[in-house]
Design a protein. Structure first.
Length: 144
């Protein structure tokens, strides 16, 4: 076990995975509270209430993961566009999955838990390896 934990890549993924989990739980809490509030207090149907709840969560998740989980200081439109691409696909996929669960008469809060749990691992992999991947600056090569 010590040898396993001594590996820097393993340690990096464990630490990032823990932070990603904290971010995900917090983002989920934000989404869950807004969803429940919109459904229970404002009587908005769940598949409509899911939109603003999800957007609030996604906004939080971007900034937390960028600056805390992956400690990424890159300021680029390309990174923002990668995030939008990945999370838009995840959001649309999650939305379709959530609508299907509602259509199957799964209770709306349980459906939200199932959907979020399903996409969390995919989102971590894409966040780590694609969205917030550190850009390696290669030295200038002079060719003759």
């Amino acid at each position: 076990m010590k040898k396993f934990l001594a590996d820097s890549t393993i340690r990096k993924h464990l630490i990032q995975g823990f932070k990603f989990g904290i971010c995900g739980l917090t983002g989920f809490s934000i989404e869950f509270v807004i969803l429940t509030l919109l459904v229970e207090k404002f009587h908005i149907v769940p598949w409509i209430a899911n939109l603003p709840a999800g957007l609030a969560s996604i906004t939080f998740v971007f900034f937390f993961n960028k600056y805390i989980t992956f400690r990424n200081k890159e300021r680029s439109r390309a990174q923002t566009m990668r995030f939008i691409l990945v999370y838009s696909c995840a959001f649309v996929g999650s939305y379709i999955f959530y609508a299907a669960l509602l259509w199957l008469h799964v209770q709306y809060q349980l459906g939200k838990v199932i959907v979020v749990g399903t996409v969390a691992i995919i989102n971590y992999c894409l966040s780590h390896g694609f969205i917030f991947k550190k850009v390696e600056h290669l030295p200038d090569v002079v060719t003759v």
